[in-house]
Design a protein. Sequence first.
Length: 99
Amino acid sequence: MRTRYEIEVARLKDGRLYLRAFDEYWDGVKTASLDTATKSPTLKGDAALIAALKPVESQLAQLKPGCWYALRMPKADFPFGKAIKLERIPGRHMVYNKL
């Protein structure tokens, strides 16, 4: 498994979640906001980040503010394949450290 994005989650004043994703392939930062107040969470922001999160959409409602997550995909599909796992990590560049 390889990590494409490391995502920091924060809560905005209006209740939405703010996702700041660090792209491990292009070395850039993408952002999005997630509205969890409705039955199906609504994601708005950078189109590339939204497309990357689409395969793990069912896991988005479980995101917690103040936590970091790694968006993982198989090594053979890196960097442009579909993500298959969104896992919680202790912090940036700590994918292999245990919580």
